[in-house]
Unconditional design. Structure first.
Ligand code: SF4
Length: 87
């Protein structure tokens, strides 16, 4: 559980301190690696808030590991941790 809390803190820091200093929604919409058809595409702050509230990570985190993992649409922390530990 400590690992998962750490993951949330790092993810928030990455998105809000580094990526979200300047919002480029249209550019992000084009470059988004999530394959789910969703109105939050390109709105990374909304995407992250939505998933973190459900103990999940956004699709782009899973896409970094594998396209199959992203396309499973399982966004749970536990699934992500399992994938990371398998690598
Ligand atoms: S990760 Fe979730 S909220 Fe973000 S664009 Fe994909 S489906 Fe939408």
């Amino acid at each position: 559980m400590v690992y998962l809390n750490y993951l949330v803190i790092i993810t928030r820091k990455l998105f809000f301190d580094r990526i979200m200093t300047e919002c480029k929604q249209e550019e992000r919409k084009v470059n988004c690696t999530c394959t789910y058809d969703c109105h939050r595409r390109g709105k990374c702050c909304e995407c992250l808030d939505y998933h973190l509230a459900m103990s999940q990570l956004p699709g782009c985190a899973f896409a970094k590991i594998s396209k199959e993992a992203e396309r499973s649409y399982n966004r749970d922390f536990d699934y992500f941790a399992t994938l990371v530990l398998k690598k």
